[in-house]
Write a protein that binds this ligand. Structure first.
Ligand SMILES: Nc1ncnc2c1ncn2[C@@H]1O[C@H](COP(=O)(O)OP(=O)(O)O)[C@@H](O)[C@H]1O
Ligand SMILES: [Mg+2]
Length: 581
């Protein structure tokens, strides 16, 4: 073994393999001195079948005298009794080769040939560990390196992700509330902001990332979906999502009641008028090519009031019958549909959608809107944070879904060689990307859009970064398309099981530590990192505004102010934080 970087001696020898299955090995420890140093997450090297090959594994379980707990199906109990009583179970995670063709010292995930019984095992610690970590470090090209923290077992070693791999095929940050997801996202955004043209659009549900968009050292540009109180504001950072951007199905999901017996008539008249109105707008533009091939779903402005007027004509329409005028074909059938539409148009909370500012109805407004979100901003900030905190929860899925679809569609229709990749970071994804069986019509529509991106986005350079505290409530289709998972503490076993089912069998054992991870500690599972071990994540420089309230201390510090309560009541009535403007 001279050629290898590992110096394997009797001091760090642990013992011999006594059991092997497809992902685990069981090792009989014969070095009683080293036994007391072994701990979960430590790395071991097992001599492989070839001289230049070592199998690398992570210790999962260390037991003394608890033979029955380790009995594997294949091993007879009598065999166990004859062995000594210090045993280790470890997960095989990869293969180290000191020579591979012309290359030296390579580590790759996966194991081609399993170790044989009696193979020798060594603890990788001290200098050996340092050398091994250096190799991991060298495996990721400098330009791709994304340093997220340090390994919990070896705080000197940096945990380096391959940034390309992390963003390429969708990723997910999962963890119970308070486990450190938002901080982790902020750290990743901070690292991305050091690149020249990062392009990440963050869907911020609680406005907690606003701190990243303020002050001298800000790393992102902040936008906000206009709330009820923002309608007169000239602020260019307010985002409107005019109704005409929604496609037919998206609008219908918010206003059509499918249980209404007239629903088919309502949908068909709506579609017919939509087409006519869009045609009129396109004709005004004199754009022959768009005119020839646009569809009812194309984002072309029209007036919602004209649409309501046309529907009303149908609803009171009369026609010539044999004996004079009779009720028209749609007479009285659209009344409820119109009233639902009118209620939405009048509701100030929906104004960003149904009653946006005048300029949003200009044909060319979409150009400005898309450049704001997809190109670099004036201060060269490619990371954009969109505050959704004032969007009513019943239409949150349509809003996120439509925005995602429009951005994706623009990317889709862009020239191949001009495309630059972008990522949609979906915070609190369980709110708008639920498991399909539980989804209502509005959520189904959003799911459809996001699932399409999850399945096809990679080809067009669009990826999702899904963040959630309830993985068991997030669309499985979307999670199963993710290639990388940053998993923080997960206490609920339904959520833990979801994660276990998402990772390859060989890594299931590693996930046993999920409930005991400390705050800010994560397991990173996927091809972006070579060693799926516990990582202490870095603290971001700009911290997200925490949602964690210190009840006990606050009860000792601050008295509730009556005047503030009165202000809050005004805000509630206005459906807007009018006092902070
Ligand atoms: N990497 C970290 N290092 C140290 N403390 C952290 C780290 N991540 C989170 N915390 C602590 O945990 C709290 C909650 O983190 P947060 O990211 O808001 O959790 P989540 O978004 O999962 O609810 C933070 O306010 C901070 O005090
Ligand atoms: Mg959070």
């Amino acid at each position: 073994m001279e050629k290898t970087i590992f110096n394997l001696t009797s001091d760090n020898k642990v013992g011999r393999v006594i059991g092997v299955d497809t992902s685990n090995i069981i090792v009989n420890v014969d070095n009683s001195e080293i036994m007391t140093k072994l701990s979960i997450g430590h790395i071991m090297a097992v001599k492989g079948n070839f001289e230049h090959e070592l199998l690398i594994c992570l210790i999962e379980k260390v037991t003394r005298s608890q033979l029955d707990m380790l009995v594997m199906d294949e091993i007879e109990e009598e065999d166990m009794e004859t062995s000594t009583n210090d045993l280790i179970r470890a997960t095989l995670i990869g293969t180290f080769k000191s020579v591979d063709g012309t290359k030296r010292n390579l580590f790759k995930r996966g194991v081609n040939l399993f170790p044989n019984v009696d193979s020798e095992c060594y603890l990788v610690n001290g200098e050996n560990l340092q050398r091994f970590m250096n190799i991991l470090d060298n495996e990721v090209k400098k330009s791709q390196k994304l340093i997220v923290g340090n390994f919990a077992n070896d705080t000197n070693s940096q945990a380096i992700l391959d940034g390309d791999k992390l963003f390429q095929r969708h990723a997910s940050v999962l963890g119970s509330t308070g486990s450190g997801k938002s901080w982790c996202v902020a750290t990743i955004l901070e690292k991305a902001s050091e690149l020249r043209y990062p392009n990440i659009i963050v869907f911020d549900m609680h406005g907690e990332y606003a701190s990243l968009t303020k002050g001298e050292s800000k790393i992102a540009k902040g936008f906000k979906i206009a709330g009820a109180g923002d309608l007169d504001s000239e602020d260019t950072n307010l985002i409107y999502l005019p109704f005409w951007m929604l496609n037919r199905e998206e609008i219908l999901s918010t206003i059509l009641d499918r249980s209404d017996s007239n629903a088919p008539n309502q949908a068909s008249r709506f579609t017919a008028h939509l087409k006519t109105l869009k045609m009129t707008s396109v004709e005004d533009q004199n754009d022959e090519s768009v005119k020839r091939s646009f569809t009812v779903d194309s984002p072309i402005p029209y007036s919602i009031l004209d649409l309501i007027a046309l529907l009303k004509e149908d609803d009171i329409g009369m026609k010539q019958g044999a004996k004079g005028m009779v009720k028209g074909d749609w007479n009285g059938k659209l009344t409820r549909f119109i009233s639902r539409l009118e209620t939405k148009v009048e509701d100030k909370r929906y104004a960003f959608l149904y009653n946006p500012r005048e300029e949003c109805n200009n044909y060319n407004w979409l150009n400005t809107f898309i450049s704001k979100l997809l190109s670099m901003n004036e201060d060269s900030k490619g990371i954009k944070i969109i505050d959704f905190s004032e969007v009513p929860s019943d239409i949150l899925p349509v809003v996120t879904g439509t925005l995602a679809r429009i951005l994706y569609d623009v990317q889709f229709w862009m020239k191949n060689d001009k495309r630059t990749p972008f990522t949609l970071l979906c915070d609190e994804a369980h709110l708008y990307l639920p498991v399909k069986d539980n989804a209502d019509s509005v959520q189904k529509q959003a799911l459809y859009n996001f699932e399409r991106i999850a399945k096809e986005g990679r080809k067009y350079g669009v990826s999702l970064f899904v963040v959630s505290q309830r993985p068991s409530d997030v669309s499985r289709t979307i999670l199963s398309q993710c290639n990388n998972f940053v998993v923080l503490r997960l206490t609920n076993d339904r959520d833990q099981n979801v994660v276990k089912n998402l990772v390859p069998d060989s890594l299931k054992g590693v996930t046993d530590c999920l409930p005991i991870l400390d705050v800010g500690e994560a397991l990173i599972l996927g091809d972006a990192i070579l060693l799926p071990n516990r990582i202490k994540l870095k603290e971001p420089k700009l911290k997200p505004e925490s949602n964690t309230v210190d009840f006990w201390s606050k009860w000792n510090e601050i008295e509730p102010e009556q005047a503030e309560l009165v202000k809050a009541i005004r805000n509630m009535r206005a459906q807007s934080r009018i006092d902070s403007k």
